[in-house]
Structures are given as C-alpha cells and as structure tokens.
Design a protein around this ligand. Sequence first.
Ligand code: HEM
Length: 487
Amino acid sequence: MIATLLLSLFVAGLLYYVFSAIYYVTLHPLASLPGPRLCAISRIPYWYVSVQGVDVPWMKRLHDQYGPVVRFGPTDLSYASAQGWQEIHGAKVQEKAVEFAPQPVNGVAPMLTTKHENHVRMRRLFSPAFSARSLKAQEPLFKKYADLLMYTISEVGADGAQPIDLGRLLNFTTFDVMAELTFGHNLGMLAKNEYSSWVESIAGFLRMLPFVAMINYYPVLRTILFERFQPKWIREKRETHCNYAAGLVDERLRVGSKHPDVWNLVIKEEKGRGLTLEEMHSNAENFMLAGSETTATLLSGAVYNLLKDGRSYTLLCEEVRGAFTSADDMTLESLANLPYLTAVLKESLRIYPPVPIGSPRVIQSAGQLIQGTYIPAATRVSVHHWSTYHSSANFTSPDTFIPERFLSPPPAEFAGDAYEAFQPFGAGYRNCIGQGMAMHEMRLLLARLVWGWDVELGKESEGWGSQRSFALWIKPPLVVKARLRKR
Ligand code: HEM
C-alpha cells in the first residue's frame, strides 16, 4: 500500500516535471529567447558552476554564443548591453531578487537588499554621510591610513629586500578605514600586519553564498531541510559574526565620536534619527563588506594590470611623480585632476570589476519591454558586469588593459566603444552610494604607491588574474617587491 502510494507520488512528480519542462521550452513567454535548452528547464547548470566559483566565465561563454541576452534559468535572463542598463535600472521601480542575498541574523535587511519602500527611506537617511561635503571632512582620515600603508610597506618589504603580499596590505587598509567610519575605531590590522578573525571569516562567508542562494531559491529546501537541519555551527558562526559588528556599533553609539564617521553624519541630521538600532547594526555589517573588499580588490587588480603591462605603469608614474613634490599635496581635488590616474582606475574597473556578476531585479506585475522583447512578471533580469565589459560588441580589444580608452577625448580606435555599457558601480537609484568615497580612496592609495615606490610584480603572482569568484573575487596573494623611489 505504502509502496504504491510512493510510486504514484514519484510518477506524478515525474510527469509534473516533464510537462513543465515541455512548457518552459515551448509555450513559456521566454521560450523564444536564446540560451541552452537545459537552462530553460532548470537552474541546475547555473548552480553547478556557481558553487565551484566559475559562473563568471561560464556566463561570458553563454553571451559569446547567444548574444546580448541569454536565458540561463527557466525565469532568469542575463543581459550584456548598455540598453540592458537603461531598461532594467531606469526610472521604473524594480524590486531586487532578495533570495540571492543572505538574510541578516537580526531579520532586518540593510539598504543594499531591503524592499523598495524601505530603501527610499534608508537611502535618504544615509546620503549625508556619503556626500561630497562629508568626503571632504573625511579626507584627513584617508590620508592617515595612506601614511600608515606606506609605513607598513616599508617595514614589511624592508625596502625591496623582502617580497610583500600587497593585496593583503590593501585589504588591511580599506577594512581599517571602513571600520573607523562605521565603528569609530579601526581593527588594528594594518598596524599589526595581521587579519582580524572577523575579517578573515569573510572569505568563508562568500563561499557559502551560492548555497544560500540555492536554499533561498527553492522554498522547499529552505523550510524542509535548512531550517530544520541547518548545522548548529553554521548558525553560530553567522551569529557571532553579526553580533560582533552589532557590539562595535553599540559601543560607538555609547562612547560617541567627534570624527566625521558615518553615524555622526547621519545622526546629527534631525531626520537621521529615523534609523532603528537594528537597521544600524545590519547596515554597519554591510558597509564593512561593500566598502572595503570591493575597493581593495580593485586596487589589487589595478596594480597587477599596471605591472603586467609595464607601459601604462610608466605613464602613470610620470603623471603622478610630475604632479607632486610632496605627498602632502595629494588632495581630493588635485588627485581628481590627474586624467591618467582616473583612466587607470576606470580601465581596472572595466577589466576586473570587483562585482563581476549581475544583481537581479524582479519584473513587476505589468511585465516590461527589454531590448524590444516583452518580459513577463516575476522574471529575474540582470546586467552581467564581466560579460558586458569583456564583450567585443561593446569594447575594442576588450581583454586588453588600455587606460587610454577612458581619456577625454579617447584615441580614435575607441570611438566605437559603448561607454554607457560601463556601470561598475551599478546604475539608477540603487547604484553605489559609496562610489565617490571609493574613487577618492583608490586615487589616493594608488597615487601614494607609485609616487613613493618602484614596484615590481613577483614571479609567483604572474598568473594572479585567473581567479574564482563567489559574487566577489577570491584573490590569491599579490606578491610584489617595492623599492623606495630615488629622488
Ligand atoms: C570599487 C569599489 C566599489 C564597487 C565596484 C562597488 C560596487 C557597487 C555596486 C555594483 C552596487 C550596486 C548593487 C546592486 O545594484 O545591487 C553597489 C551598491 C552599494 N555600495 Fe558599493 N561599490 C564600491 C565601493 C563602495 C564603498 C566604498 C561603499 C561605502 C560604504 C559602498 C557601499 C555600497 C552600498 C551601501 C550599496 C547599496 C546602495 C543602495 O542599495 O542604495 N560601496 N556598490
């Protein structure tokens, strides 16, 4: 009797799966869109590559084969075009597909992942902390850490006698900066030349992201399996991580601060008091990751590409060394006036975007036209940064590091480049709130490095560029030798 019941259930499930597979490839509104047949009936091919950290080149291969739009799951579309940015991130309100972000332990989503209505309120509250005026007030803090980074390079590298892992030092710097802005004091990583266990655990957290996405994507997995059988150690690890950040925020609020950190700039505004303590906790944790790992990654990529190329490294050195007689003259304004420095950072963002994947939005109830095709409600649509920037349909010699393409005006050979397709900080009203801060921090740290040091790539890091990613890149050590520049 039980055997018959189980068999019937199995056959019913199988029939359901077969009929829905036929529906997805024939009658479904997305059936006419290009992509592998297997992907049209299941998301398994995507999960398979994403748990291995190789979904970025996989998606690029799909775009090369199928063009600027690819159906890579039954209801998932990836775009690689300027039009994709305009139509997905334009004026129309789109919700984010939140199943791709881990749910915060305290249950309160940060600005990055919260629903539209809440996002508008949070963005308004946090905006003062990321304004041009605030950045100017924060300038001495960035300078202090640039000085400390230079000192550490000299100590650890023994003036070129010892190889250093520059990627690690850049990570220490950007995390210490962000910690001072969000917790009121740094994590002491740069001073001790040592990872704090809290930051060290982030790489492990990134590797969990595809599993989190998979569990959230299939509600059955979440309710039947994960919520009941989630290993205790996973829950505890995540709680410890979040509670540590929450504790630091509480302490900062209790002690107060005279510095222009995020909370002073938010709370001093009358309207800033509209944030709850839980919102402060989850946003602080999010700022730490969104504002530190990304910036350090981009700087590591810029140094790697410059040193591999040699030619652009020489040009950058000439520009920076010719512009300043003292590192103290490097200000927000004077650095922003160096065209080659900005072009190097933009080209680095193009060739090695710190966020290489797409950030899916869910089409709302009325459906929407994208690239001339009607896309029904509930479809997840995103622009894939890596595929867009490495497509020869958008950029001349897309895989070659050529900062000149971002000079104004660019050389004639780049006249056809689709600059509007380049949106490394995202586009529209949910774009990166910290992009001004990131650009200043990156300009300052890169300029200080090439101004003070002759840098050489270590042999062990020649293949540094080939990396796996779990939403963000997993970076191997970036080994360099840095000799104090003779003046
Ligand atoms: C090179 C450095 C950076 C890159 C490439 C980068 C990239 C991005 C991208 C692509 C988004 C949009 C995500 C989406 O559409 O779902 C974003 C959002 C965001 N970024 Fe950045 N980011 C960088 C630096 C920073 C910094 C320094 C901060 C400072 C805390 C920051 C904080 C945020 C926040 C809070 C959001 C969410 C904004 C919102 O939803 O309104 N990022 N970033």
